[in-house]
Design a binder for this molecule. Structure first.
Ligand SMILES: [Fe+2]
Length: 363
């Protein structure tokens, strides 16, 4: 049985349709005449609580829907595995189209689910959802990922795309190395580009928020080389610009990361300045994004280049810190893109607006 509705994650030129289940099962999706299994080298997977079916984005966009198929296992064995009859669940899917674009951003829920779901509902119609890290407090077992699938499933009902990015708390816990198995990513990597109609985006992953040798991590972290890999990744994206952010019909360019890496985080949290400066320079000179959307600070703010928030004068575009958490009071940020304007609305879990700001932008 499905624990929550599916999440349709945008990764590269695919969607990863991911579904949490309550019992071991086999799963696949049908789009038109084609079938996409959750499999590894020809074997249908059943030993994980979350299924993943990777499908070409173009196909799902054109079809406007998919059928999720599940066969619950009775007993998996070497010969004559037994299972229940196939259950089918049809889902309508709405790809992002040109025109007014609306999306909602959630980060730093730290295991709260009802509050961000209510805030997203209060924003109203959206074309896609961004989940930008620290939805979990830490990761001990597969159950902990329920928060991701509860939030994504209840807001999108498998009917619109979701962009996912990892936060520093997602790296903590006795069993956090399983994270890539339970979340979307490009060949197991938590940084990648995505494309949603006229919107192109790049997800970057700053990793932990302190130096690798910090006592808190007990020798378990190697984010420095991981960040250096991403400098190379940004260069590859730039080399491939014509197929990425300069592709015909791309109208909006977004950078998504959990930690606002152009900002001076202060004290032991101010790390990797040389790498982050280089990211900002490459992004600013070549990609020229319209927005960077980030979390981590547990507050809502819109920060222009040259403002006090732009500590080193390296911000390539406005930075929106788009999620607030005070106790159990949560607010996410809704974005509305109309010709020449980006409107940002901070929306509380009670439906109030705690921030309303409009930016001029070439969108
Ligand atoms: Fe964080």
């Amino acid at each position: 049985m499905l624990k929550y509705d599916p999440a349709v994650f945008a990764v590269g030129d695919t969607y990863e349709i991911m579904v949490m289940v309550t019992k071991p099962s086999l799963m696949w999706v049908r789009i038109g005449e084609k079938t996409y299994f959750d499999e590894t080298c020809g074997i249908l997977r059943s030993n994980r609580e979350v299924h993943r079916m990777t499908v070409p984005a173009d196909e799902l966009n054109a079809a406007g829907g998919y059928t999720l198929c599940e066969r619950e296992l009775i007993r998996r064995q070497a010969y004559r595995t037994t299972s229940e009859a196939v259950r089918e669940y049809p889902f309508i899917f709405h790809p992002v189209k040109d025109g007014e674009i609306r999306f909602f951003h959630i980060a730093d829920t730290h295991s709260l689910s009802r509050e961000p779901i209510r805030a997203a509902g209060a924003f109203g119609r959206m074309d896609f959802l961004i989940l930008n890290g620290d939805l979990l407090d830490h990761c001990e077992n597969a159950e902990d990922f329920g928060i991701v699938y509860e939030i994504a499933g209840e807001i999108t009902h498998g009917g619109i795309p979701v962009v996912f990015s990892r936060g520093n708390h997602d790296m903590r816990g006795a069993n956090t190395e399983i994270f890539p198995d339970y979340t979307p990513g490009r060949a197991g990597k938590t940084y990648y580009t995505f494309r949603l109609g006229p919107v192109w985006g790049m997800v970057l992953d700053c990793g932990e928020d302190k130096a690798d040798d910090h006592a808190e991590y007990g020798h378990t972290i190697c984010c420095h080389p991981f960040r250096m890999q991403q400098t190379e990744f940004i260069r590859e994206v730039i080399e491939n610009a014509e197929k990425e952010y300069r592709a015909e019909s791309v109208r909006v360019r977004l950078i998504i990361s959990h930690i606002p890496f152009t900002h001076n985080m202060g004290g032991e949290f101010e790390i990797e300045r040389a790498i982050y400066d280089q990211w900002a320079e490459l992004i600013g000179e070549r990609i020229q994004p319209h927005l960077m959307v980030q979390g981590h600070l547990h507050r809502l703010s819109v920060n222009l280049p040259g403002s006090a928030f732009d500590s080193y004068g390296i911000q390539p575009c406005p930075v929106v810190i788009a999620s607030q958490l005070e106790g159990k009071a949560f607010a996410g940020a809704g974005f509305i893109l109309r010709p020449g304007k980006i409107r940002v609305e901070g929306v509380t879990d009670e439906g109030g607006r705690v921030l309303e700001q409009e930016l001029d932008a070439d969108v």
